[in-house]
Ligand binder design. Structure first.
Ligand code: 9WO
Length: 257
């Protein structure tokens, strides 16, 4: 997977390239990351990339010339079939199913805006606009990094254990189950659930699935409503609900599933 990012602040992208799972994947050449700075494509001596907005108002707007030149260079370097994606609050929301689709592509060209945004006429160079959430930031670099992180971890070899990806790819989206590590008992923080120490792999898998279903039901019920649960999952969720019922407040009835 090749990422080509157009940004006037490429130093921000360098941070993710050095550490963690993404840094390791880059060093192993499982993914590649190149930055294309519109400033290097500016024509004047001051390397100007922005100008005041027509119609007035505060701030500056990224100009067509340097951004289109950087985009053209990025596109030429990217694999054919790599879409140009603008990270923007006006875009369609990024979801895990969208991340899965993007991870199938040979590469992505990501355009990160700054200041008040890009000149609207650049829209003809853009295939898709994607938002990572409904909040305003100071630029599109962090959203570009979020998207690359989510996509890169799905590419084989980037996440160490491919089994950790199975849950989300074969089922709908569920929240993760709880995790525990040593010590098995702590005087202040208590004990680890006994089933996890049992060595019974089937029982552990069942418990984890039940916790994932139960936590999704409690914290993000809209995620459950958006998917069909198989009979076993329904049974596990009912078990979880029954265990919770005793300490749920009066009047807090669960919804039909
Ligand atoms: C500024 C602003 C001020 C008042 C009301 C609405 C407003 N929207 C913006 C705005 O979107 N500014 C952008 C800042 C200009 C381009 C770069 N910026 C950006 C990208 N902020 N947030 C993103 C972004 C991208 C993808 N997903 C979430 C947020």
């Amino acid at each position: 997977m090749q990422f080509d990012v157009v940004s006037v602040l490429p130093a921000l992208l360098a941070a993710m390239a050095e550490d963690g799972v993404i840094g390791q994947a880059l060093r192993r050449r499982q993914i590649s990351l190149r930055c294309w700075n519109p400033r290097e494509y500016a024509q004047d001596v001051h390397r100007t990339v922005d100008d005041r907005p027509y119609g007035g108002g505060p701030g500056m707007v990224l100009q067509v010339g340097p951004v289109s030149a950087a985009l053209a260079a990025a596109r030429a370097a990217a694999p054919s079939g790599a879409p140009v994606i603008h990270l923007s609050p006006q875009g369609v929301r990024l979801t895990q199913s969208r991340v899965r689709a993007l991870a199938e592509l040979p590469g992505l060209v990501l355009l990160a805006g700054r200041y008040e945004g890009i000149d609207e006429r650049l829209s003809r160079e853009i295939d898709e606009e994607i938002s990572i959430g409904d909040y305003v930031l100071t630029g599109g670099e962090l959203p570009a990094m979020v998207l690359m992180d989510a996509v890169a971890r799905l590419r084989s070899g980037v996440v160490g254990d491919p089994e950790s990806l199975l849950v989300e790819s074969f089922s709908g989206m569920l929240l993760d189950h709880p995790h525990y590590t040593r010590p098995a008992a702590d005087t202040v923080y208590g004990s680890v659930p006994a089933v996890l120490l049992s060595g019974d792999h089937a029982a552990i898998a069942r418990w984890r699935r039940k916790q994932a279903l139960g936590r999704t039901w409690q914290r993000r019920p809209e995620l459950l409503r958006a998917q069909c649960l198989d009979a076993e999952s329904q049974a596990l969720l009912r078990e979880y609900m029954a265990e919770q019922r005793v300490d749920r407040p009066r009047g807090a009835e669960e919804e039909e599933t």
